[in-house]
Design a protein around this ligand. Structure first.
Ligand code: ATP
Length: 312
């Protein structure tokens, strides 16, 4: 779907992106991950035919961004970092307007608006004026306007930016729903916000791709161990003893003990959750929760971008 070869963009003397090369297959959800100023928006704007590249080649669905942007615009939907909304319009009115702009025939526009409102959970605010919407709803209207002409490729620049934790989960669910029907390229500076929905991540730092792959592949690349958190019913000391005996476990600590429930943190060479679960069950300890540690993802990201570990 997307072929990028040697893409470079200078702003004056400053190279915002340098020699980016990657390809994205149809139907994939790919995350563009990088710290502020890494070059994500610049790269996405070139792909979205909003900005001309300085050099390199970009084709989308076989069309070239420099020579055939009109063909590409029919096939893509773009959510910029600030959604292009008209505050005085109603949600339904605005989406119908965008649909017409993007070439949806007048007779089909209302039906198409209802379809995207269903996918983006906007039906309840169809008649509401955009100015009165919360930030989360505005972001959803931004996604809806990007997909109203049913494009093959959706480019979403920081769709989770400024959202609260509930809205982040909802946005993630929305991106999941888009998968398959659309190819999706989504950017974020927070790995944990997008890693769950992405088939592949492209990590960009100071304008260059420093790593790419699935979350597991990236973890393997930095040689990061697995941090695991668990809760068991019963004494923490006993649980720690059992977990410590599992081959590959490097360190175990009881972080809390309350109401007969012990919370433990485990450092291991690899993701040992199955072996730990088996060990605890064999020792007749009731396992209440077993997750990979939340700090792990950001630690991988920081190692990839800075070559150092995150403080945990
Ligand atoms: P953020 O997450 O903060 O949006 P980003 O990864 O999207 O960051 P870009 O906005 O692409 O990064 O910026 C990459 C670099 O290019 C930065 O150093 C930025 O200051 C610079 N830059 C971006 N837009 C312009 C511009 N219009 N003129 C000059 N420099 C720019």
């Amino acid at each position: 779907m997307i072929e990028v070869r040697g893409l470079t963009k200078f702003y004056g003397e400053h190279a915002a992106i340098r020699d980016l090369t990657f390809s994205i297959e149809r139907g994939q959800v790919v995350g563009f991950l990088g710290l502020n100023g890494a070059g994500k928006t610049t790269a996405l704007r070139v792909l979205g035919c909003v900005l001309l590249p300085t050099s390199g080649q970009v084709t989308i669905d076989g069309f070239d961004v420099v020579r055939e942007p009109h063909e590409i615009r029919k096939r893509i939907g773009f959510l910029p970092d600030t959604p292009p909304l008209y505050d005085e319009m109603t949600v339904g009115g605005y989406l119908a307007f965008v649909a017409r702009l993007r070439g949806v025939p007048a007779a089909d526009a209302r039906k198409r608006v209802e379809e995207v409102e269903a996918v983006t959970s906007l039906a309840e605010v169809d008649g509401q004026v955009i100015a009165s919407l919360s930030h989360g709803f505005r972001q959803r209207v931004g996604v809806a306007q990007a997909m109203v002409h049913n494009p093959a490729l959706l480019i979403l620049d920081e769709p989770t930016g400024g959202l609260d934790p509930v809205q982040i989960v909802e946005m993630r669910e929305l991106i999941r729903k888009l998968k398959g029907a659309h190819t999706v390229l989504v950017s974020s500076h927070i790995l944990s916000e997008i890693s769950q929905v992405c088939d592949r991540l492209l990590v960009i730092q100071a304008g260059e791709i420093v790593a790419q792959g699935s979350e597991a592949e990236l973890a393997g690349r930095v040689g990061s161990g697995a941090s695991i958190e668990l809760e068991v019913k019963g004494p923490g000391v006993r649980a720690a003893e059992v977990v410590r005996a599992v081959p590959g476990v490097k360190a175990v600590s009881v972080v809390r003990e309350q109401g007969g429930v012990a919370s433990l943190k485990v450092e291991a060479a690899t993701d040992l959750r199955p072996a730990i679960a088996r060990g605890l069950i064999a020792a007749e300890l009731d396992l209440l929760r077993l997750d990979r540690g939340a700090d792990r993802l950001e630690s991988i990201f920081l190692k990839l971008t800075h070559g150092k570990e995150a403080a945990s």
